[in-house]
Design a protein around this ligand. Structure first.
Ligand code: GMT
Length: 379
């Protein structure tokens, strides 16, 4: 293989709203723009993948509904499809995002293929595949096996690399390749979005997440309830999941007029542009893509100092890290930024600079390309 030949790369990820799917989809789009042939293999077309992109193909995995199974199985049909696509399109690389079940399915797919048709499997760990499932006795040994069999393993932060060693006991090489983000141009102006949200002079605080337990939405709401003066802000929540379980909490805290919830928003860029401040109260995060997304729009975040977040935010420089899960402490940090627009703007300006310098496609995608080529002994 010549060192500059385009590669044929299979990508498997979760196709719905979620950080690992966003990163994997954007990576595929960027790789195709750089001349590689990219084959997405999943149960649904990734939601950010345009139907007409050049050099990008989508291979759906059909999931059966056989009555004899109490629980439908995805891993086996996925592995069969991976083997089929690898063989037919002579894939060089099968890059799987999130270990369960993607890495195990990829290893099984390779076992089904003759040796000269096997793609090199690259596994990227994103977060709870290590921190939650890695410590589950029902998953941990299968994840460790898949990592041992992968040609390369990457994590999205130094934190996650350390956790993968500690939790899964994997001692092979791990390359840290941070997440990246490529903003699409918002279709609406900042003013239009703020008008649509009914915002006046209030500071717009933005929270974007899938609302899972690890995001500590109760702490987010408790924090919002303690921000003074209460008329100084509105908290806009872009929810990648149902907000219904939290509605009674909003009423209990008397936050009905302070919170706007939008579920399943496909284009977040308009809101990122309209926002003044991000707020993340997670229990853990391997990276937290939504902080990076906000940074690109010069919007600094207040976040709990957990997991890999300190690799994304430089405390006091590009955002604010709060070392405790005390809602009063977090609210005080938010109030400071509400009251000081010039500090907010300065943090936002630096955050945007850092995002472009360290976490852009131009910086990160070549690192994946270099990794792929190294697996073939190429520079
Ligand atoms: O691991 C998860 O909970 C899901 C995953 C996802 O698909 O959104 O989130 C993880 O991967 C993101 C992309 O790499 C990271 O930005 C998130 O921090 C990470 N979540 C956790 O570590 C809890």
């Amino acid at each position: 293989m010549s060192s500059d030949r385009a590669l044929k790369i299979g990508i498997t990820c979760y196709p719905s709203i979620g950080g690992s799917g966003v990163v994997a989809t954007t990576l595929g789009i960027e790789l195709a723009q750089r001349g590689h042939e990219v084959h997405f293999i999943s149960y649904e077309r990734p939601f950010r993948l345009a139907a007409d992109a050049a050099r990008i193909y989508f291979h759906p995995v059909w999931i059966n509904d056989y009555g004899l199974f109490k629980y439908p199985d995805y891993t086996l049909p996925l592995s069969v499809k991976m083997a089929e696509v690898s063989c037919k399109h002579q894939l060089d690389i099968l890059h799987v995002h999130y270990a369960v079940p993607h890495a195990t399915a990829a290893i099984l797919a390779c076992c089904m293929l003759p040796e000269d048709r096997r793609p090199r499997v690259v596994t990227t760990l994103h977060g709870t595949d290590t921190t939650l499932l890695g410590s589950d006795p029902g998953y941990g040994p299968a994840i460790r096996h898949a990592l041992n069999q992968s040609a390369a393993v990457t994590t999205v932060s130094e934190f996650l690399k350390i956790e993968t060693r500690r939790v899964i006991g994997f001692d092979g090489p791990i390359e840290v390749i941070h997440n990246f983000y490529e903003p699409r141009s918002p279709s609406r102006s900042r003013e239009d979005t703020r008008r649509q949200l009914g915002l006046g002079d209030e500071v717009m605080i933005l929270h974007v997440s899938n609302l899972r337990a690890v995001k500590r939405i109760h702490l987010l709401l408790e924090t919002a309830a303690r921000i003074r003066p209460r008329e100084s802000f509105k908290l806009v929540i872009l929810a990648g999941g149902s907000f219904a379980p939290f509605e009674s909490e909003v009423r209990r805290l008397g936050l009905e007029d302070r919170i706007i919830v939008l579920e399943g928003v496909p284009e977040i860029e308009g809101y990122l542009k309209a926002a003044d401040l991000g707020l993340i109260t997670s229990e853990t995060e391997s990276f937290c893509l939504s902080i990076l997304e906000a940074m690109y729009f010069a919007c600094p975040s207040v976040a709990t100092r957990v997991g890999g977040i300190p690799e994304v935010i430089q405390d006091g420089q590009t955002g604010v890290l709060v070392p405790s899960a005390d809602p009063d402490h977090i609210a005080r940090a938010v109030e400071k930024l509400i009251q000081d627009p010039s500090l907010r703007q300065e943090l936002g300006r630096r955050a945007q600079g850092q995002a472009k310098e360290n976490f852009s496609a131009d910086v990160i995608v070549p690192r994946y390309e270099a990794l792929y080529r190294r697996l073939f002994g190429l520079k």
